[in-house]
Design a protein around this ligand. Sequence first.
Ligand SMILES: NC(=O)c1ccc[n+]([C@@H]2O[C@H](COP(=O)([O-])OP(=O)(O)OC[C@H]3O[C@@H](n4cnc5c(N)ncnc54)[C@H](O)[C@@H]3O)[C@@H](O)[C@H]2O)c1
Length: 341
Amino acid sequence: MKILVTGGAGYIGSHTVRVLRLRGHEPVIFDNLTRGHREAALDAPLIVGDLLSLDDLTGALRTTGSEAVLHFAAFTYVGESVGHPDVYYRNNTAGTMNLLEAMRKHKVSKLVFSSTAAVYGDPIRTPIDESHPQSPVNPYGRSKLMVEWMLRDHQVAFGLGFAALRYFNAAGASLDGRIGEDHDPETHLIPRVLMSITGEIPEVTILGTDWETPDGTCIRDYIHVEDLAQAHVLALEHLGRGGASNAWNLGTGKGHSVKEVIQSAERVSHRKVPTVSGARRAGDPGVLVASSDKIRKDLGWKPEHADLDSIVGSAWRWIEKGGRYKNKATPEEAQTTHPIR
Ligand SMILES: NC(=O)c1ccc[n+]([C@@H]2O[C@H](COP(=O)([O-])OP(=O)(O)OC[C@H]3O[C@@H](n4cnc5c(N)ncnc54)[C@H](O)[C@@H]3O)[C@@H](O)[C@H]2O)c1
């Protein structure tokens, strides 16, 4: 299939583009490079364009003849979304509205959407399955939940076929070490732990050691970015066969505490992780673990790299050799309609 991949120069999108190409699909990346990296595209075709421009989107769908869209492009920082909800609703929600309009115009009716565990809010039970109430506790989660509602309404009114994939914590890097995670600022635990080993940050702050968990630290469900990429291919091919639209969780179903992540980082790097204990962060739940039974059953997805040391080890190989893309966006590329940078 010819596929437009919005946000394909970002972390998860770039890994998925590689897997799509290995499967014989023809992805074209659509990214404004505000938070992605030209280098992460490797040699995949890249259109520099913005979700907020209907012209950019219609032009991209027309020139590529895309039959489906994988939609990763979004802003992704919970804390930033609290201070700048307008920017998040505009980019994530209104931007997706533009995309849906452009898709209708070009009769593209298949969409795989990057949703998030944040659409559930504070868990009332764990593991979280897809029937768990959706009550997000921040603008980022709400900007994504609104998109899920839009997708359902577009399915009913216009026959859109969609897969909303609710990721838990994406982690790791490509197994060959060519691409990996490079967010700025980096807020995710695994890269931060590894950056503390290389000295890029002085230490890792453990946010709360008094949680009701076996070792007192927060538990999260880490899913290898390569497994996440495979799930997108399965979801796309399911829609391609005329399969039913749905929302699926993506996690391994196994939680790991902050201390376990630190121990894993020490094992794979043979180095010590400098840590300090801090207070709990407001709004953080103690335990967030997915039930991914539904996607295993419906789409036959199975994580191949679920072992924590495999995930942290791949991220370490990427961080150890720099963990950063060298060519940052040009000032023109980084120049954006979004006022927060
Ligand atoms: N990383 C995670 O653990 C995680 C967890 C749950 C959900 N998600 C979702 O997965 C998706 C990808 O996350 P990621 O970690 O790869 O993020 P990322 O920031 O690395 O990638 C997002 C990409 O979208 C691009 N982009 C943003 N706004 C755009 C716009 N208006 N027009 C064109 N391009 C635009 C950015 O330049 C970037 O390349 C996001 O939608 C995110 O909400 C990520």
